[in-house]
Ligand binder design. Structure first.
Ligand SMILES: Cc1cc2nc3c(=O)[nH]c(=O)nc-3n(C[C@H](O)[C@H](O)[C@H](O)COP(=O)(O)OP(=O)(O)OC[C@H]3O[C@@H](n4cnc5c(N)ncnc54)[C@H](O)[C@@H]3O)c2cc1C
Length: 380
């Protein structure tokens, strides 16, 4: 039957493209369904780059998965004869005692990651592009960097297709149900398909396909900007790492110059705003643009506060800001990854592998208990 697959993947963005590749690599007959073009600016993964940090202030439980992701970004890049991972080193910058640098440090100690604590003078000497408040300290980790996120989606899709996957763009999934044979039936705007299993990787639209998760997530818009620098040298790869900067206004993050004349800055955490993903406008609000402008003036005096480009990007947040990777209650043949709260992309290569393993064997080599859906039920 031509419309039957081993696995259907609903949503071919960051996580879904990786899942399509990991499933096709294992010889599964895969159908990837995407509501927009492959590679678009309506979801969570556009804007060229995403930070990958191994020192993880969000929690040590992420480190084994991000280590695997780091390996896979390199391996997949080599296989496709492209570069997906750029290692620049990462630095977490925060007031001493605020908990951020201390948590990142703990994750390095827990997992034996190479690192160095930096005082204010050392940060200034090593990374002159920053102008930081005097109480700031830093944690340097040399394996951090960034992933070329848009390129990675194209790469994963291309590899998946070469391994036999069918990818259908501009075909939104409308509904799914479990069949009498224990498989799934998926209805799209263009047809109906059946499969043994279903992977939901629909990002900011996860609530519509996953009602069990819907009460626990909300969708927000975040702003990113690219800014002219007066002297590019201190902002170049080698002189400037990816960073998370915690200041009174929230967490900002940024990248060295890469394939764009401007230096990229995102955030702050407190500046994100609720958005309905079905409305098409992603333009950052004036408030968000001003947050970035003020941060450039205050913390990067060698950059111009007038953006060369300003974009909005949306993602879901959970109450505890941690991921949800699980099966749907009562439908074990449906697995999903909501790798949300604004810090998920770096993991996409490994999440693709996890979703493939869960779909095929029902198990993962990683401890996924911190990411269970049931934690919200227990908390309720
Ligand atoms: C501004 C910004 C900066 C970020 N910075 C970082 C960072 O530096 N490092 C980091 O690790 N993470 C970062 N993140 C978070 C990270 O980008 C996201 O966690 C990640 O992109 C989520 O990937 P996804 O596959 O879940 O979503 P997406 O890539 O959006 O993919 C979901 C896909 O599903 C499709 N879809 C939805 N509904 C349907 C349907 N019904 N049928 C078919 N297709 C459907 C969508 O069109 C979309 O293509 C950032 C996010 C933003 C917005």
């Amino acid at each position: 039957m031509s419309d039957h697959y081993d696995v259907i993947v609903a949503g071919v963005g960051g996580m879904g493209s990786a899942a399509c590749w990991e499933l096709a690599k294992r010889g599964q007959r895969v159908l990837g369904l995407e509501r927009f073009d492959i590679g678009h600016a309506m979801g969570s993964s556009h804007g060229m780059t995403r930070i990958i940090r191994l020192a993880y202030f969000e929690g040590s439980q992420y480190v084994p998965i991000v280590r695997r992701a780091h390996e896979l970004w390199q391996e997949t890049g080599r296989r496709a004869d492209t570069q997906l991972l750029y290692v620049t080193g990462s630095v977490d910058l925060a007031p001493e005692g605020a908990g951020f640098v201390e948590s990142s440090h703990q994750s390095c100690l827990d997992h034996g990651l190479t690192h160095q604590l930096l005082n204010h003078a050392e940060i200034k000497a090593r990374f002159p592009a920053f102008s930081l408040p005097s109480g700031h300290v830093g944690l340097w980790q040399p394996d951090g960097g960034f992933v070329a996120s848009e390129r990675a989606i194209y790469t994963h899709v291309g590899l998946a297709q070469a391994a036999g996957a069918t990818i259908r763009a501009n075909e939104p999934v409308l509904d799914w149900s479990v069949t009498a044979h224990g498989g799934v039936k998926v209805t799209t705007a263009r047809g109906t398909y059946t499969a043994g299993r279903l992977v939901l990787t629909s990002g900011a639209w996860m609530d519509t396909l996953n009602p069990a998760l819907a009460p626990h997530i909300k969708t927000v818009r975040q702003a990113i900007g690219w800014y002219t620098v007066r002297n590019p040298e201190p902002f170049r790869i080698g002189n400037f790492p990816v960073f998370i900067l915690t200041v009174d206004e929230g967490n900002f993050y940024g990248f060295p110059l890469w394939e764009h004349p401007g230096f990229k800055l995102g955030g702050p955490h407190f500046g994100r705003e609720p958005i309905d993903p079905s409305q098409p406008d992603r333009t950052p609000t004036e408030r968000q643009a001003n947050f970035l402008k003020d941060a450039i003036e205050k913390y990067f005096p060698d950059a111009s506060p007038e953006p060369l480009a300003l974009k909005g990007c949306i993602y879901t947040v959970t109450p505890d800001e941690h991921f949800v990777i699980d099966t749907i209650p009562g439908a074990e043949q449906v697995v999903f990854a909501s790798c949300c709260s604004g810090h998920g992309y770096k993991f996409a290569s490994a999440i693709g592998e996890i979703l493939a393993d869960l779909s095929i064997t029902g198990a993962s080599r990683f401890d996924l208990s911190p990411f269970s859906l049931s934690r919200f039920m227990r908390a309720a």
